[in-house]
Design a protein around this ligand. Sequence first.
Ligand SMILES: Cc1cc2nc3c(=O)[nH]c(=O)nc-3n(C[C@H](O)[C@H](O)[C@H](O)COP(=O)(O)OP(=O)(O)OC[C@H]3O[C@@H](n4cnc5c(N)ncnc54)[C@H](O)[C@@H]3O)c2cc1C
Length: 393
Amino acid sequence: MNKKYDVIIIGAGAAGLMSAIEAGKRGKIVFLIDHSTKIAEKIRISGGGRCNFTNLYSNPSNFLSNNKHFCKSAFAKYTQNDFIDLIEKHNIEFFEKKLGQLFCNTSAKEIIDMLVKECIENNVNIDLETKVISLSKTENEYIIKTNKGTYTSKSMVIATGGLSIPKIGASDFGYRIAKQFDLKVTDLFPALVPLTFEEKELEFCKSLAGVSLNASVKVDKTIFNEGLIFTHRGISGPSILQISSYWKSGQPISINLLPGHNMDIILKQRRNETPKQTLSNVLADYLPNKLALAICNKFLINQKIADASNEILKKLSDFVNNWIVYPKGTEGYKTAEVTLGGIDTKEISSSTMECIKHPGLFFIGEVLDVTGHLGGHNFQWAWSSGFVAGQNV
Ligand SMILES: Cc1cc2nc3c(=O)[nH]c(=O)nc-3n(C[C@H](O)[C@H](O)[C@H](O)COP(=O)(O)OP(=O)(O)OC[C@H]3O[C@@H](n4cnc5c(N)ncnc54)[C@H](O)[C@@H]3O)c2cc1C
């Protein structure tokens, strides 16, 4: 026999849990399912285990989407302050790390426990290890066949997230459902992801693996000024993760390893002031030692600065202030924090998250073409879109 619910939510991650809580508060009979063995695995691993659960300054300019206005309505209905109120209600202690990024003092598990507690209080039925075999629609309801039985509901919410980190449950389910219901999906790319290099640049990066500094990175007109770290595969760190969402294969990236300083002017001054110092020693006054030496080795120049021509100084300063790289690619969905792109927002009502062509079918969270910057914005989108769907199912 079919079990009937008011609302079935597929995907017990950040967005699915939030929409389940809100629908439950409205007295709806809610069934929240997930194919994984554990709930909200991405929350657990997020923010280095402490979950950067929102950002004090989150606003629509922190998001990429074919329709930049789409997220506005949901953000107006459920803000970062609303989520902070929820956290405070549950006495979860948190701190601002930097740039408005809020993290739990102790563990991301506190966020999961809070959401599960809210689900229980609002009579949400949760079932894990439930695999959807098919999803279909009749005139009045949606039907899912699963490995555990057949269930029907008036509202069906797809909250299955993006493609990143498949080993903890990510799947293309949402995109497949979109195609089945004839909804457009934009091109998908791994984003907030480290960049990889070809052999030549890779040698340089490998020799510096672990070295980090502040850098300003630029693609077209988009610039991020945050940390950069050299890795065995290329470059990573917040500035690189951020720019990866804007970078397309084949494009150059300009990296300023000493933002706010003109290295050419500095080197010429130092040639007068400290003529006996080697170039690498001079560079090391501004950059990590290892990097200073690696740059000089790269150009096979490490004489006394007094003996360096203007041309040599220019070569070094160009590299420091405008290192142009052509990444081979990214580390892909294995390490990406998010999927860039998703279900085309033209298909969805921004004020309800309901599918325009298919009343009763809702999409929320990362599965939609709304992708946040690094820094708690992606969770804020999950909370806001989940809240809105929960109010409208
Ligand atoms: C390593 C890492 C760190 C991150 N850190 C942060 C951070 O600190 N701050 C931040 O804002 N964002 C962070 N993010 C991004 C953030 O985790 C996601 O944007 C957010 O979790 C998206 O929420 P969601 O509910 O849409 O999807 P998810 O949280 O991914 O949830 C989707 C759920 O659907 C389930 N599912 C998938 N397919 C199926 C299926 N076929 N059947 C049933 N269930 C299915 C999955 O098991 C999962 O539980 C991080 C991401 C990663 C990978």
